[in-house]
Design a protein around this ligand. Structure first.
Ligand code: CO
Length: 174
């Protein structure tokens, strides 16, 4: 699987719900984890690998050997969020080498379906809550640059312009 890099329009496209809870879905999820580990990520949303569906995976440790920490969420919904928010540093596999400060809820409660379609709820806080909110945004076509603090956003501006330039060149060359 290749990671879709900003400003590829697939990152902004509408994502459809997952409806087929079959072996193909399980294979897709396995491949997403492999891609995520290979690129040193802690989370990955399906549109980032060109699949416009409401599916995300994460592992707060970012290590393949910590498989027990793997989380797979199909059709996730945010059902509760804490009053308290905090700023923290984020990166995104679709934005190589760009990081910035983003405000996120400290605690969230999530409702989702697992690989068999079974509904479940999950409470997350801190780092895990941050990863989840970042990935959930991807499923709504929202990118972390949209939520960066103004200072981080202006710091990232030259690198973003470079990514846009690279994308334009890739289109011209194809
Ligand atoms: Co991301």
């Amino acid at each position: 699987m290749d990671i879709v890099i900003y400003p590829d329009p697939r990152l902004r496209r509408k994502n459809s719900p997952v409806t087929q809870f079959d072996a193909t879905l399980a294979d897709t999820v396995r491949a997403m984890f492999q891609t995520m580990y290979a690129t040193q990520g802690v989370g990955l949303a399906a549109p980032q690998v060109g699949i416009n569906q409401k599916l995300l995976v994460f592992n707060p440790s970012g290590k393949a050997e910590d498989a027990a920490q793997e989380v797979v969420l199909c059709n996730p919904k945010l059902i509760h969020k804490s009053k308290q928010s905090e700023e923290g540093q984020e990166g995104c596999l679709s934005f190589p080498e760009i990081t910035g400060q983003v405000l996120r809820f400290v605690e969230v409660k999530v409702q989702a379906q697992d690989l068999s379609g079974q509904e479940f709820e999950l409470e997350l806080e801190g780092w895990e809550a941050r990863i989840f909110q970042h990935e959930l945004d991807h499923l709504d076509g929202i990118l972390f640059i949209d939520r960066m603090t103004p200072a981080s956003r202006s710091q990232a501006k030259p690198q973003l312009e470079e990514l846009v330039q690279t994308y334009k060149e890739s289109l011209a060359g194809s």
